[in-house]
Design a protein around this ligand. Sequence first.
Ligand code: FMN
Length: 168
Amino acid sequence: MNEPTSVDAHQYKTVLGHFCTGVTVVTAFDGDEPVGFTCQAFSALSLRPPQVLLCPQKTSTTWPRIRRSGRLAINMLGVGQREIGRRFARTGVDRFAGVGWRPSPAGAPLIDGTLAWLECHVVEEIDAGDHTIAVASVDELGVGQAEHPLLFFRGEFVGHEMKEAVSA
Ligand SMILES: Cc1cc2nc3c(=O)[nH]c(=O)nc-3n(C[C@H](O)[C@H](O)[C@H](O)COP(=O)(O)O)c2cc1C
């Protein structure tokens, strides 16, 4: 149920857009068709057991197909992959056209040239407003060839070489 709110949707997007994140593409096989969508709402969650979370919109047509497959891959995009980030958010196009990929150990599509990847299976889905929080258990993982992350900030893809270490 939606609670009454005084928060304006435009202002919400503007303010939350200041929280800079990396960009992932979540992929799976639905039958013999590779499927995937660009997903910014991704986070590490638990070390023991190893779990991550991602938040698909309830209107997503791709998420039900990924969930049905049981196995999914999370592809962390590198700075040179903004076109892939855009393409996997478009509707009515073949998102995998021209995109190189190979199967993960359990067969989910791993996009070539990413920063890093995870292969997971969904263990829980939590209802959350207009999104679902999906908790996924990590089965396999690795780093890729890209060295610098693609970022999403204030509604745009950004990213450049990250040379300076900032002490925590
Ligand atoms: C940078 C960026 C981040 C996105 N993050 C999410 C996200 O976290 N969750 C989500 O469901 N959709 C996200 N989207 C939108 C989806 O990629 C896609 O447009 C949406 O799922 C509709 O396609 P579908 O019906 O095939 O799922 C994002 C799009 C972009 C460009």
